[in-house]
Design a protein around this ligand. Structure first.
Ligand code: PRX
Length: 647
C-alpha cells in the first residue's frame, strides 16, 4: 500500500493543531449557505444528512441553474447496474453553458482568462473573445469534416487555444481526448488509436520552464502509427520551422483565415448521456483506460462543485495551476469556472521558473483571490524557504485549495502560514479522473483538520469499509468507497465496459475508489494513498505496468518491476528493479540509456529516480511479479501474506 509515509513531525502537528475553527463571517460561503437556508438548514451536518435522503431534489435544483434545450424526463435511472443515467431525455450542451448564455449578461465583457506564458508574456481573453474564437474554430473543424460523435485528440501547450480547442470540439457534439503535453510519441499514438481519433490539434512547440518541447515533431512520430487520423491542426505557438505533411497538416491560422469573426456555429443539442470526452488514466494493467464523461451529468456536477467548494463570487480571480491534460484542468480550469462565469488565470510555465516566487508573483500581479494547486508544488516551494512568498503582496487571496495526492500536515501548515496569512481556509479536495468532480472537500463552513479532506460533498455517501463492504468504524483503516452514483461519475471505460464494471464489483454494489482511508469520530476522512498498482508522482497518475512494459521493450531487459516509494517532495517516486538478459552487464551507461528509453516511450514523468539491477524478483507460482512484496521489503515493512510466493 502506498501513501502518505515518510514525512516527519506528522504526529506532533496533528496533536498540537488538531482542529481549525470555522473562519469568520467575512469568508462565509455565500453559495452553499444560501442553498442550505433555502432548505431550512443552518448546520452543515443536518443539511448533509438531508441531502443523502433527497439527492435527486438536490441535483435537480443544481441542474436548474444551467440551460437545457429540452428538460430531462427522469432524474436518475439505474436499471442496468452498474451502468446508470442522469437527467434522462434532457437536451444539453456544456459549451452553451460556458459561453452562449453569458452573451446576454454582463459576463460577456468580463475577462475569462488572464494568460501568462513561459517567458512572462501575457494575453487577456474576455468571454466574448472566447466565444468568437470558439465559433471560428468550430467552423474550421466542421470544414475539416468533424461532426457529432467524432473523436478529436488535443495535444497542446497551456495556451488559450487549448481551451478553445476543447470548447469547439464539444460545441460540435464531437468528443475530445486531451493528451498531456509531457507524454511521448508512443503514449500519444496509443491514446489516439484507442479513441480512433479523426483529427489531432497540436502546436509547433512550446517552452516550459525554459525547455523546448517539440510538440509537432513528437506528433509526427506518433502519426506514423495512427490510421484513423485524417488531419492535424497546428497552432504556431513559437513560429519555429516544423515539417507539414501535404494534405494532412494545416496551420490553425490558415484553417481560420477565411472564416469571418462573426461566424456562429450553433451548439449541437446533445442528449444528456452523449459523450463529452474521453480522458486516459492509468490503472493496474499496462493499457491506460479511457474514462468516459458525458455532457449533462458531468456539466451539472462540475458546475455545482466549483460554486460550492471555491465559493465563487463575481469579482473573483480564480487560479487552478493544473494542466488541462489532467482531469483537474478539464473540470476546474475549463468547464467549472466557465459555467460559473468566473475570471481565471491560465499559466504555461512552472512554479520555479525563472525563480521560486513565480506563483506568488502572479498572485500579486493579477490579484488572485483563489489558488488551487498541488501538494507537490507546495512541498517543492517549501524547500526554497519562506522568503520567496514573503517578497509578494498576497493579500488578495481569500481561499486556498489542493488536489491530486495526500497533503502531509507540515505542507498544509506551511501553505496556511506563508500563503494564507495563518487564517485562510484550505480546501483539500479528494476526487479522481473517474469521479469527474470533487467528492470530498470542506466547503468553508466546516472546521478544518490539516491533512484531512474533511467531509463528503452534499449527497455523496462516502465510507471506509473492509473487503466485504462493512464499515470499519472510526479511526481504523480500510477502503474508500461511495455508495450511490453521482451525476458527473464516469459512465464507462471507452471500448471496455467490462473494465468499468470492476469499479462496482470489487466490493459488491459500491464504487471502489482504489484508495486507503480512515474516518474519525467526527466523520472526517483521511485519504492515505492507493491500494493498487497506481503510483502518484507529483500528483500525476502512473501505472506500474505501463513503466514495466516500457522497460521490457528495451533490448537489455528481460524482466522488470516498478514500485512507488515515499518522496519528501513528489509524494512518491518511481523505483524499478530490472533483470538483464544474458550478455548484458550492469553499468552507469546502461542506467542512463534505460532512463532515456522510458522518457522517449512513456514521457519524462515516468522516468525512474532509482534503478536497481536484480538477480531475481519475487513471483507467484503462476509467474506474476509480487510488487507488494518488493515494496514491503524496500520500505522495511512486514511482508504480509506470502502463501502464494514461489519459494
Ligand atoms: O489516490 C487519490 C489521489 O489521486 C487519485 C486520483 O488520481 P487522478 O485520477 O489522477 O485525479 C487526480 C486529480 C483529481 C486518488 O485515487 N488524490 C486525489 N486527490 C487527493 C488524493 N489523495 C489524497 N488527498 C486528495 N485530496
Amino acid at each position: 500500500m502506498s501513501g502518505n509515509l515518510g514525512f516527519e513531525n506528522t504526529d506532533t502537528i496533528l496533536s498540537e493543531n488538531r482542529i481549525f475553527a470555522p473562519p469568520s463571517d467575512a469568508i462565509e460561503n455565500a453559495n452553499i449557505t444560501a442553498y442550505m437556508k433555502s432548505k431550512g438548514f443552518d448546520d452543515y451536518e443536518a443539511f448533509y444528512k438531508w441531502s443523502l435522503e433527497n439527492r435527486f431534489e438536490f441535483w435537480e435544483d443544481m441542474a436548474k441553474g444551467l440551460h437545457w434545450f429540452e428538460p430531462w424526463q427522469k432524474t436518475f435511472e439505474w436499471t442496468d447496474k452498474p451502468f446508470f443515467q442522469w437527467f434522462v431525455g434532457g437536451k444539453f450542451n456544456i459549451v452553451y453553458n460556458c459561453l452562449d448564455r453569458h452573451m446576454q449578461t454582463p459576463v460577456r465583457n468580463k475577462v475569462a482568462f488572464y494568460w501568462e506564458g513561459d517567458e512572462g508574456e501575457t494575453r487577456t481573453i474576455t468571454y466574448e473573445q472566447l466565444y468568437t474564437m470558439t465559433n471560428q474554430l468550430a467552423k474550421g473543424l466542421q470544414n475539416l469534416g468533424v461532426k457529432k460523435g467524432d473523436r478529436v485528440a488535443i495535444y497542446m501547450p497551456a495556451i488559450p487555444e487549448q481551451v478553445v480547442a476543447l470548447l469547439a470540439v464539444a460545441r460540435l457534439g464531437a468528443v475530445h481526448t486531451v493528451i498531456f503535453g509531457g507524454f511521448a510519441a508512443s503514449a500519444l499514438s496509443d491514446r489516439i488509436n484507442d479513441a480512433q481519433a479523426k483529427v489531432v490539434i497540436t502546436a509547433d512547440g512550446n517552452y516550459r520552464g525554459g525547455k523546448l518541447i517539440q510538440l509537432k515533431h513528437i506528433t509526427d512520430e506518433a502519426l506514423q502509427d495512427t490510421p484513423t487520423i485524417e488531419k492535424a491542426v497546428v497552432v504556431r505557438r513559437l513560429g519555429i520551422d516544423v515539417s507539414m505533411q501535404e494534405g494532412r497538416d494545416i496551420y490553425y491560422d490558415e484553417l481560420l483565415k477565411d472564416i469571418p469573426e462573426d461566424t456562429i456555429v450553433p451548439c449541437e443539442p446533445m442528449d444528456s448521456e452523449d459523450l463529452l470526452y474521453i480522458l486516459y488514466t492509468s490503472g493496474s494493467t499496462g493499457r491506460p483506460k479511457g474514462v468516459v464523461h458525458v455532457q449533462g451529468g458531468y456539466g451539472v456536477g462540475v458546475y455545482t462543485t466549483t460554486k460550492f467548494v471555491f465559493d465563487i463570487k463575481d469579482d473573483d480571480v480564480y487560479w487552478c495551476t493544473a494542466d488541462i491534460g489532467w482531469v483537474t484542468g478539464h473540470s476546474y480550469i475549463v468547464y467549472g469556472p466557465l459555467m460559473n462565469g468566473v475570471t481565471s488565470v491560465m499559466f504555461e510555465s512552472t512554479p520555479t521558473y525563472p525563480a521560486p516566487d513565480r506563483l506568488w508573483s502572479i498572485v500579486e500581479r493579477f490579484k488572485v483571490t483563489t489558488i488551487y494547486t498541488s501538494p507537490t508544488a507546495i512541498r517543492g516551494l517549501m524547500r526554497f524557504g519562506e522568503e520567496w512568498p514573503a517578497k509578494h503582496d498576497l493579500s488578495s487571496l481569500r481561499l486556498l485549495g489542493t488536489v491530486g495526492e495526500p497533503i502531509n500536515p507540515e505542507a498544509w501548515m506551511w501553505y496556511r502560514k506563508n500563503i494564507g496569512r495563518n487564517e485562510l481556509p484550505i480546501m483539500d479536495t479528494w476526487w479522481q479522473t473517474e469521479t469527474g468532480m470533487i467528492l470530498i472537500s470542506p466547503t468553508i463552513r466546516q472546521p478544518l483538520k490539516p491533512g484531512s479532506a474533511t467531509r463528503p460533498m452534499p449527497t455523496i455517501e462516502a465510507d471506509v469499509v473492509d473487503k466485504n463492504g462493512v464499515s470499519v468504524g472510526s479511526d481504523k483503516g480500510g477502503f474508500l468507497v461511495v455508495r450511490h452514483p453521482w451525476p458527473s461519475q464516469m459512465r464507462t471505460i471507452y471500448g471496455d465496459p467490462e473494465r468499468y464494471k470492476t469499479y462496482w464489483e470489487t466490493i459488491p454494489d459500491v464504487y471502489f475508489a482504489g484508495d486507503a482511508a480512515t474516518i474519525d469520530k467526527e466523520g472526517y476522512l483521511r485519504i492515505q494513498g492507493r491500494v493498487d498498482d497506481v503510483i502518484k508522482v507529483s500528483g500525476h497518475r502512473l501505472g506500474s505496468m505501463e513503466i514495466e512494459s516500457s522497460l521490457v521493450s528495451h533490448p537489455a531487459i528481460a524482466e522488470a518491476a516498478a514500485i512507488g516509494k515515499p518522496d519528501p517532495v513528489k509524494g512518491e517516486h518511481v523505483k524499478v528493479f530490472v533483470i538483464l538478459r544474458n550478455g548484458f552487464e550492469p553499468s552507469e551507461e546502461l542506467v542512463k540509456e534505460i532512463k532515456l528509453h522510458v522518457r522517449t516511450t512513456v514521457g519524462a514523468l515516468a522516468v525512474p529516480d532509482e534503478l536497481e539491477f536484480a538477480p531475481s524478483l519475487p513471483k507467484t507460482r503462476s509467474g506474476k511479479i509480487m510488487r507488494r512484496v518488493i515494496r514491503a521489503k524496500e520500505l522495511g515493512q512486514e511482508v504480509g501474506d506470502t502463501s502464494t510466493l514461489d519459494a
